[in-house]
Write a protein that binds this ligand. Sequence first.
Ligand SMILES: NC(=O)c1ccc[n+]([C@@H]2O[C@H](COP(=O)([O-])OP(=O)(O)OC[C@H]3O[C@@H](n4cnc5c(N)ncnc54)[C@H](O)[C@@H]3O)[C@@H](O)[C@H]2O)c1
Length: 336
Amino acid sequence: MKFLITGGAGFIGSNFIGYILKNYTDDSVVCLDKLTYAGNYDNIAGFCGNKNFTFIQEDICNREAVFKLLKKYPIDCIVNFAAESHVDRSLETPDIFLKTNIIGTGVLLDAANEFGIKRFHQISTDEVYGDLPLDKPELQFDEAWKLNPSSPYSVSKAAADMLVMSYYRTFATPVTISRCSNNYGPYQFPEKLIPLMICRARDGLPLPVYGDGMNVRDWIHVNDHCRAVDRIIRRGRAGEIYNVGGGNEVSNLELVKLLLKLMGKDKSLITFVPDRKGHDRRYAVCSDKIKRELGWQPKIDFKQGIADTVSWYQKNTGWIDRIQSGEYRKMKELKL
Ligand SMILES: NC(=O)c1ccc[n+]([C@@H]2O[C@H](COP(=O)([O-])OP(=O)(O)OC[C@H]3O[C@@H](n4cnc5c(N)ncnc54)[C@H](O)[C@@H]3O)[C@@H](O)[C@H]2O)c1
């Protein structure tokens, strides 16, 4: 299969490229990434000697460039990971979230139609469903759950999902969507909870925990997410949405305590800070559909996956240092 992977220099996209290149030696990947602050060339530098890999620095909102790229490279499948992805930033600058996450998705869908792409896969999130109360643990989002997003980020992702489904209905574009829970693993930008806490604990800095720390997330290892996306692309039915959850519901406070324990650091580093505005209380994803239809299930044990993740960040201090110093942004431009 010939892939166009957008946002491939980010956390999940770079893990997905690694997964494809490792497991399918006949497949090829063109990675298109704008390299925003969250895009890191270091994440994909290791693939650059591979004859099946090409990197293009570009914005998915640039219609002319996207069309030019698809004219130049024969592509079977577009996987759209490109997004502004940090909820806190969406409270400050919602406009760039709306632009990249909605307009950019629209550009890619038009390009998919123009070039007869065989599969357009949209990487979405469980956050499009809004949140669940803490006192009803039996509730879980299934694919039919009402969309009820609560932040500009999740609104932009929900709007993109609706746009994707409208292309299926209107143009019969062969689309699929995956809505995944919170990912953890290597190469996650250290503004997100797990790498942020690991980096701060490493430096002996206070660990800021929002509100009472009781907000619950359903964690999944990024490799399990990559396996799910791969399965959906190759075996999933066009026009379908698949939820992908790890089945590991943990409160933020519990998670931070676990990280401190694994790092041999003291709990006194935990500092409670004023809650995020509109902070979603609990996410819980029902993955029965992908399990039943596609035979997928998460493989990585949560405690082992977290321990491995902590040791990855502890070993790859150079990767973190280059982000903290800003060095990671100094690379030459690679345009079409
Ligand atoms: N991280 C999670 O826990 C999680 C969970 C569920 C879904 N998702 C979704 O998965 C996708 C990837 O998330 P992530 O955590 O890897 O994000 P990330 O922020 O690490 O990576 C996003 C990538 O997109 C690129 N990008 C941003 N704007 C762009 C543009 N206009 N044109 C081209 N490239 C652009 C960035 O440079 C970066 O490389 C997102 O769509 C996100 O909504 C993430």
